[in-house]
Design a protein around this ligand. Structure first.
Ligand code: SIN
Length: 328
């Protein structure tokens, strides 16, 4: 008994002499589905770097690229269960949680990323960051990827060429309607499954940005691309309301500053990343990239644009008009 008391006293003395025990750092898991050499992949790594420089010992960021931790089907649920703390899904993947973000999938709504930034920086664009707060999802920022391009086993110069082909789409009813409008057959499929589905002929074609097409090697299994710029692929960087509120005020405000800084960098580099990826695809000599004439592009626009009417009610006509004004 006396021995046990002496041992406990010695342990207590040792703890007191060693000083207060350092608090464990807060862990932020950042899960995403793309590779590290893409706009989102680079953004996630820069976020980790800045957090670990400025909040050393207080916050640790663990980045999981290429759907290593969670894929399209489960990343938002994982966020709400606090199994990951930050994700940045394509805006097309939030439709179970809000209808307003369907805006960003409307074909031929934005001419380019400048028009996208014009809308996202407006009061309406910023308002949409809060569109899922009642579901526990907090929008932190928009991150650009870029404009989408089409590919198939045949040259898609006009919408008629797409009729009857199976196209992979993200889980979006707008994208489904967009391909139905040209009599094609859209198939919702997780990003990580697209390459194999193209290779095995489960699907015929796809739409994505040059940086995703290059990093996923879709150009190796698709003989014809058209630079259609018909739609947008952008992201919302999100966390859960519960996790963000649980952070100490000083840490949350430093993270807010870092998010703003990383957002500016990602949104500056996205266009160049896509141009560079396109050039690498050209240099590979493995596929053809077709430039559409104004007349051909006009035909695609005329075929797909009626989709706006179908979704205007759910999205809000005011948002559609405000976004369209950015491309005038
Ligand atoms: C992504 O860029 O996060 C993936 C987009 C897609 O599913 O096509």
């Amino acid at each position: 008994m006396k021995l046990r008391f002496l041992a406990a006293a010695a342990a207590l003395t040792a703890t007191v002499l060693a000083g207060p025990v350092a608090a464990e750092p807060i862990i932020i898991k950042f899960s995403h589905v793309v590779t590290e050499n893409t706009p989102k992949g680079k953004g996630a790594n820069l976020f980790k770097q800045l957090v670990e420089e400025r909040l050393a010992g207080k916050v640790e960021v663990q980045v999981f690229p290429s759907a290593q931790l969670f894929g399209d089907a489960d990343e938002i649920i994982a966020l709400l269960k606090n199994d990951t703390q930050i994700i940045a899904p394509a805006l097309s993947k939030f439709s179970k949680f809000t209808k307003v973000l369907q805006l960003y999938d409307l074909p031929f709504l934005f001419n380019d990323l400048n028009a996208v930034a014009c809308f996202q920086d407006s009061a309406s664009g910023k308002e949409m960051l809060d569109s899922m707060s009642s579901k526990g999802i907090k929008g932190l920022a928009y991150w650009h990827n870029g404009m989408k391009q089409l590919s198939a086993p045949v040259p898609l110069r006009t919408p008629e060429a797409a009729a009857g082909l199976k196209f992979r789409i993200m889980s979006s009813d707008v994208l489904q309607a967009q391909f139905q409008a040209v009599k094609a057959n859209p198939q919702k499929l997780a990003f990580s499954e697209v390459y194999l589905a193209l290779q095995t002929g489960q699907i015929d074609g796809q739409e994505n940005t040059w940086s995703n097409i290059y990093s996923q090697k879709f150009f190796e299994v698709q003989p014809h691309f058209v630079e259609s710029n018909h739609g947008l692929l952008d992201y919302m960087l999100v966390t859960s309301e519960r996790f963000w509120k649980s952070l100490p005020d000083d840490i949350r405000s430093e993270l807010d500053k870092i998010v703003m800084e990383v957002t500016a960098t990602v949104n500056d580099l996205a266009s160049k990343e896509n141009e560079d990826a396109k050039q690498l695809i050209v240099d590979s000599g493995k596929t053809e990239i077709i430039q559409l004439t104004a007349e051909e592009k006009g035909k695609w626009r005329a075929a797909m644009k009626p989709v706006w009417e179908q979704f205007k009610g759910d999205i809000g006509a005011n948002y559609v008009a405000a976004a369209a004004a950015c491309s005038q």
